[in-house]
Design a protein around this ligand. Sequence first.
Ligand SMILES: [Zn+2]
Length: 383
Amino acid sequence: MNRRVDWGEVNLESLRKRIINSKIQKLKNLDISQLFRLDVITIFKAQKIKKELELKYELMYESEYAFDNLNALQYTPVLLDLQEYFNFNILSIYGVLKTNSDSKKNKKTFEHNLDNLLLRIQCLWEYIYQYINDYFELELALTYEECKIWRKRQKQIRNDEAKIKQSILELKQIKDDDYNRDKIFSLEQALRFKDKEIACVSKYNICQEMKRKYDLVEGSKYLLNIIASNEYDSVRRIRNQVAHYRSASANTSIDSMFLYNGTKSVSINKEGWIDKADILISIEKELLRLRESLNYLYTILYTSDFPNLKENAGKTYFFVEMVCCNCGDSIKIPDSFVENSSLDKKTYGYCHECGIVEVDFKQMIPLNEKHYEQMLIKFITNM
Ligand SMILES: [Zn+2]
C-alpha cells in the first residue's frame, strides 16, 4: 500500500527520531539464528526435501556411436562439479526454504534463503551455458571483460593483416618441419579470427550459435528446448528484482509509477512483496528444468551423441575394424580408406606388429562427426 505523508502536519524532528528508534529496536531483536534457523527438526525436514529432488546422472537414451574416452575424461569432472552444486549448494537451501515457508515466525529465514536461492539458481544456469559453449565449441567469450580483450586483439590482427600474410608466405618457402607447420597454423588461425564476430556467453547467444552451427537432433535438440523454455516466469522476474532492485526481505519499495511526472514515492508493505506459495511452485519447476538439463549434458557426453555440423546434416561416419590374420590384433581404419569390395573377402592391411599382412573384416564402428575427424587426424599422422 502507498503511504503518502502530509509533511505539513508533523514535527519533522520527532518523526525522524521515531523512525530511527523503531529501526534500532527492530535490529536489536534480530539475531543471526533468525536468518538460518537450523535446528535438528529443520535439518531433518530439509534433508528429506533435498533427497527427493537430488540429481543422479543416468542415461536418458542410447546411441550407436563409439564411446569417446578422451571427451569423457575431459568433461566428467565438470559435470560432477555441476551435480554437486545442484545437489548440495542449491537443494540444501531449497530444503531449508521450504521447511520455513509455513509459519510467520520464520519469515526472516524464508526471505534470507529465498534471496540466496534465486541467485544460486541463476549461477547454475550460467555455469551450464559455459559448459555448452566449451563442449560444443561455440567460441563465445567467457565474460564481457574477456570479450573486450578479444576485440582488442582482433583490431591488432586486422592492422597487421598484410604482415601476417607475408610471414606465412616466407615460412612456406623455408624448410617444411613441425616447428614451421605449427607457426603457419597459428598465423592462419589468427587470420581466421580476424573476421569473427565476437560475442560473450549468454542464454540467447548459446541458443543462436547452436542453431546456426549444428544440425540439432535428439539430445542436443531437447537440451536446447529446455533452456529456451526457461521463459520470463515468476522465478526470473523476482530474481531480476532481487539482483537489481530490492531484496526478498524488503518491506519498502521505491516506486516507479510516478517516474515521469515529477513526484517520487516509496511504498511500505510489512508482509513483503513476494507470494510465498507462488514462488515455491515456480522454483520447484525451475529445479526440475535444471536437473533435466544436466542429465541431458551427461547423456550427450556418455552416448557421444555430438551433432553434425549443419553442412553435414544426415551424414554418417564409420571406422572399419579389421583383424590381423597373423597375430589377431585389431586394426581400425577410416571408411574412406577402405574399398567396399574388400569388406566381404580377405584383404591386405597394415598391422603395427606384423607389417603388411592378410586381414579379416570384423565390423563397422559408427562415430560422431567430431570424433571421426579427431580419429582421422590421428590415423593420418600415425601412417
Ligand atoms: Zn598382426
